[in-house]
Design a protein around this ligand. Structure first.
Ligand code: ATP
Ligand code: MG
Length: 316
């Protein structure tokens, strides 16, 4: 599999002094579906925005880069960046209304994206909206949250993107609508061959829907590998804690129960493993030196003790 996307040692600092990404490393092959998970503040949205050259004004890339098929996103001029976003990337955000133009009817917005108004009805049908003709005549505020998110998905998928970045697209929806909307996203992506990066808090759904999971902590990807296997038999103590924090009886999609202790807010490079203060199996080395990724057959773990055979079991 050729790598479509390479997040190569990416460092992002906000003007407030917060280091949101601290050398994030992620390789994604064409057609993969990757669930990016991690506690609030771990850097998921910053990573998603950086991939599309969409970082907000106060954010700066201060190390590493994002490459899409070898092209460094950060080195593109404004025109090429716009073309990259238009031709190759798609985005869906948590707030669908915010990604639609409030002053324009849905049909007209879709027509502008595709340049072809005759496709509007079929696009709205593809996201399983029941009355496409009526929806096309609506303004965004006349739609329910679930309908608006389907329209936003139709807009994002209309250009058949190579990479879709979906930042908690269903967080605002109730659980049944959430499943339906995710069904639509993943079905359309499979049909078009789109590579999906789904930023999510929903571990069970990631295990079911994604080929791969990338677990973020303190602005780094601390574990990445086959989604179902990583989440059921994690090798990184943080992934183990995260998986344990999913309440078995709670409905899917609920926010995760907290892990004891606080996640870090970095203002520069972490000196060691940033999970060390909360880690049940940390040793002296963990506070002193940054772990490097070990990778065995597509399963990477950023932990000094990853190679110890009995460790993973002890933390689960
Ligand atoms: P959540 O699960 O809550 O969406 P996240 O994993 O998406 O969290 P980010 O939003 O990427 O996390 O935030 C990473 C870090 O960067 C946090 O410490 C956050 O406070 C900081 N940060 C994010 N956006 C900004 C901003 N616009 N200005 C300053 N700091 C920011
Ligand atoms: Mg976020």
């Amino acid at each position: 599999m050729t790598d479509l996307l390479h997040v190569d040692g990416l460092v992002v600092d906000y003007a407030t002094g917060v280091r949101a990404l601290d050398g994030a490393e992620l390789l994604v092959g064409r057609g993969e579906t990757v669930g990016v998970v991690g506690e609030s503040g771990s850097g998921k949205s910053t990573l998603g925005a950086a991939i599309g050259g969409l970082l907000p004004g106060p954010a700066r890339i201060t190390g590493g880069e994002v490459r899409i098929e070898g092209t460094a996103v950060g080195r593109l001029d404004a025109r090429r960046l716009r073309r990259l976003r238009r031709d190759r990337l798609g985005f869906i955000f948590q707030d669908p209304i915010g990604s639609l133009d409030p002053t324009m009817r849905v049909g007209r917005q879709l027509g502008l994206v595709t340049g072809d108004r005759t496709r509007t009805a079929s696009l709205l049908e593809s996201v399983r909206l029941r009355d496409p003709a009526r929806v096309a005549r609506c303004y965004p505020h006349q739609l329910s949250g679930g309908m608006a998110q389907r329209v936003a998905i139709a807009m994002a998928m209309a250009a058949r993107p190579e990479i879709l970045i979906a930042d908690e697209p269903t967080a605002a929806l109730d659980s049944q609508v959430r499943e339906e909307v995710l069904d639509v996203v993943f079905a359309l992506a499979a049909e078009v061959g789109t590579t999906v990066l789904w930023l999510s808090h929903d571990l069970p759904a990631v295990a079911r829907r994604c080929s791969r999971v990338a677990v973020m902590y303190g602005g780094r990807i601390v574990e990445s590998g086959p989604a179902a296997a990583v989440l059921s038999e994690p090798r990184h103590p943080y992934t183990a804690a995260l998986a344990r924090s999913v309440p078995g009886t709670a409905a899917e999609g609920e926010r995760l129960a907290p892990i004891p202790g606080q996640p870090p807010v970095l203002t520069g490079p972490a000196t060691g493993c940033s999970f060390a203060p909360r880690c049940p199996v940390a040793i002296e080395l963990c506070a002193e030196s940054r772990p490097l990724a070990t990778d065995s057959s597509g399963w990477g773990v950023l932990c000094h003790r990853a190679d110890e055979p009995d460790l993973a079991g002890a933390t689960r």
